[in-house]
Structure formats: C-alpha cells, structure tokens
Design a protein around this ligand. Structure first.
Ligand code: C2O
Ligand code: CU
Length: 431
C-alpha cells in the first residue's frame, strides 16, 4: 500500500479459549489470537480502528510510539470504552512519520498490567520509504504470562505486583520456543517487540550475524554489529539476521531490574535466574546468492545544538502512602484531573529523568520521541532516539524532546505497567 492510503481494522478485545505454549488456555486477546493482528502502515497513512470491548471491564487503545495527534479520538488514554461498547479511533500518520516497529495495547489506568499480561497486544509496522533488501521479514512479539492449573491467567501476588509482574512463560508470537528456518546467506529482518508487562529481555542469538538497524523509531545511519540487545518493556528492535548454517537459540539472558531495596521485606524482580530459550533458528540447505549491500540510512535528526525553551527534572520514586506502596513522579501519584507539565508546541525541551528508587524505571512519553543526550551526566556521542528510556536505580538520564506539531493532552509514565497502574504517570498538555 502506498502513502496516503488507509487501513481500517476491527479489534475485538475478549476473553476466551486460546492456545498458549501448546496447551489450552483462557486468555484475553484481540480477535482471538496471541498476539493481535499486525497492522502494516506507510508514513502518511490513515489508520481507523474500531475497538470492540467484549471484556468484563473497561478498556481502550494506545498506539505505542506512533507520532499522532493526542486530540479527540486519537492517542487518547483518557477514553474508557465500557464493556459491550465499541469506539472508533482515527489516526493520521504524518508523511514524514519515522519508519519502524511500534505496537498497540490497552491503557485504561489501573488495569493496564492485567490486560496486557492477560494477552492484549499487537505489532504495528510502519514501512520504509527506502528499500531494505532482505529475504524475509518476521515480526516477533515477545510477551510473558503465567497460567494456573486450569489454564487461566494467574494473578500475581502483591509483592510481584510491586516489583512488576513477570510471567513464568515467555512467548514469541504466543508460542513457546517456536522453530524458525532459513537457508545460509539469507538476510532476514526481525522486528522484535517487548510486549511483556515488566520483564526486560536481553537477547542473544549466538552463531548468527546480527546487525541492528535501530531501536524504537530511532534508526542508525549504518546498521550496527551487535551480539546482545537489551529491550526494556515497551522497547522494540529492528534487527537484521544474516543466516549462517547451524542451529542457534534466541535466548534472553538474566537482567536485574533491582528490587524493593529491603522495603516491605524484599520483593526482588524475577528476571534473575538463568537464560531463557525463546526460539530456535535452524539454518540448513543450499546457500542463497548474496544480497545487495545495505544502503546507508538518512542521517537522523539531532536536537543537540538547538535552543532549549524549557528544562525540567522529573523524579521517579516509590514509598508508602495512600494505604500501600505508591509509585510517584515528583512525589505525586497519577491524577487525570491535574496537569503536571505544560509545554508549548514547536519548542524543544530538556528533561532530566531521575530515579530515586532501588528499581529500574523505563520512562515512556506518548506522541513525541525522546533523544537521549546524557546518561549519568555523561554526554552520549551518538544520536539515540527512544520512546522508552530506561533509568537505572539512583541514575539520571537526560533527554531532549521536540514538541512538534500536535496540541493536546497526553501522558508520560513508567512502562513497568504495574508501576503505571500504581500511580507512576503524569499528565502533559501541549498548547
Ligand atoms: Cu506502551 Cu503509555 O504505553
Ligand atoms: Cu517503574
């Protein structure tokens, strides 16, 4: 489909029988599948989604990472679609929308972790204006969940909720350890989404040649050789895999997100433990002819050197309050009636994201991507765009944001979805 096109789709959120890791289960899903359907768009396209809520609870839809208007029925997390109702979302992508892999999930405050963990997520691909020569593209949506003995999604204990729940099963496109096949010399493009509610993945695929095209909407000018990729919850990778004969395991290595720091008697995050096998890539058969070399990508936009209209510091913390553990930004829990940051459309701001707690917080801003300028006070020497930026315990990350184009009201929050549901979210207005 070419630019200026339109994609209309119905997403029906419901609870029902699904197959998870080869067994019968009852999960939530969009249109009955895990993950929901992948939505393919081009820059300049219009996306019209009818969200049908067949759940027993309110829900809504967020198009994570898309640079679309937060006004009206756009990227509006303040809308609640009640059980039995439907809602029509209408998104217009600008003609210069960054290509890459994005995703969609519910965003009804207080239920986000339950609904995403329960099975509501899907990928969005925004195609490239230029061609990237590959043999094949795959979308790999990584999610996690726990099932109880009767195949129902298991509710996490309170401590796990505070740390951010992690499921016992880590799935790729709803499957446990799928086997992918390729021939030697084939170049594949893997669009990887970390759709886990809290889990970070630290991916390896030993024995294969990996080149990272970009992360989130951020594209490197040249594909970058990597052997490991860390994706916080919400992050995506656009990865080239050049197949080498043999069998390789896509695994997620342990990642320590920190813990409650002794508060409430412990409650560490669970991505400790060993490596988790996610999928196998079997490369066999006759080698294919070499593909043409990759073209350089256009140089990314760089906000360093521009005039900064505003500087802010946001402090992410946790502590006792409101009858339990609260997760806060600048000492406050989310209140949809309050405006926490008011910005001017057309300006560039610099935000210091400070983590005053003992756990990682992956910080996500809707609508506008963030350029990471410095980590721990150390300026970066590369141009790095992200829509989820990890801030480690006691750490500080400086980002710049160009509030281009769109007036409206939206949110920023921790993408550990249990933290967001527990209050770690703020309201931003752009005028
Ligand atoms: Cu992926 Cu506000 O979320
Ligand atoms: Cu958090």
């Amino acid at each position: 489909r070419s630019s200026g096109g339109r994609l209309r789709v119905t997403l029906r959120a419901a609870q029902g029988p699904t197959r998870v890791a080869g067994r019968e289960a009852t999960t939530l899903s969009y249109n009955g599948g895990l993950p929901g359907p992948t939505l393919y768009l081009q820059p300049g396209d219009r996306l019209q989604v009818r969200l049908v809520n067949d759940l027993g609870d309110p829900t809504n839809l967020h198009v994570h990472g898309l640079h679309v208007s937060p006004l009206d029925n756009g990227d509006n997390v303040f809308i609640a679609v009640q059980p039995g109702e439907s809602f029509d979302y209408d998104y217009q992508l600008p003609a210069d929308h960054p290509p890459g892999v994005y995703w969609y999930h519910p965003h009804h405050h207080g239920m986000v972790a339950d609904q995403v963990f329960g099975g509501l997520y899907g990928a969005i691909v925004v195609g490239d204006p230029e061609r990237v020569a590959v043999t094949r593209e795959r979308v790999l949506v990584i999610s996690d969940l726990s099932l109880d003995g009767s195949g129902q999604v298991a509710a996490p204990p309170a401590m796990a909720r505070m740390a951010g729940r992690e499921g016992e099963l880590v799935l790729v496109n709803g499957q446990s350890r799928p086997v992918l096949t390729a021939r030697p010399g084939e170049r594949e493009r893997w669009r990887i989404v970390n759709a886990c509610s809290s889990r970070y993945v630290r991916l390896r695929l030993d024995g294969q040649q990996l080149q990272l095209l970009g992360v989130d909407s951020g594209r490197y000018p040249e594909p970058r050789d990597v052997d490991e990729i860390v994706l916080a919850t919400g992050n995506r990778a656009d990865l080239l895999v050049t197949a080498t004969a043999g069998s390789s395991v896509l695994e997620s290595l342990p990642y320590d997100r920190g813990g409650m720091g002794g508060m409430m008697g412990g409650g560490s995050t669970s991505s400790g433990g060993g490596a988790i096998a996610l999928a196998t890539l079997d490369v066999a058969g006759a080698a294919v002819a070499a593909l043409p070399p990759l073209e350089a990508q256009p140089a990314p936009r760089d906000l360093r050197g521009l005039t900064v209209a505003g500087r802010r510091e946001l402090i992410f913390a946790m502590g006792m309050g409101g009858g339990g553990m609260q997760f806060t930004i600048d000492g406050k829990a989310f209140d949809p009636a309050r405006v926490d940051q008011a910005v001017q459309v057309g300006t560039v701001e610099e935000w210091k994201l400070t983590n005053a707690s003992s756990m990682d917080h992956p910080v996500h801003l809707h609508v506008w991507p963030m350029q990471v300028i410095a980590e721990g006070g150390q300026p970066l020497d590369e141009v790095r765009w992200r829509d989820v930026v990890n801030v480690p315990p006691g750490g500080q990350v400086t980002v710049r944001i160009a509030f281009d184009r769109y007036p409206g009201r939206t949110v920023y929050h921790c993408h550990v979805l249990d933290h967001e549901d527990d209050g770690m979210m703020g309201v931003l207005t752009a005028t």
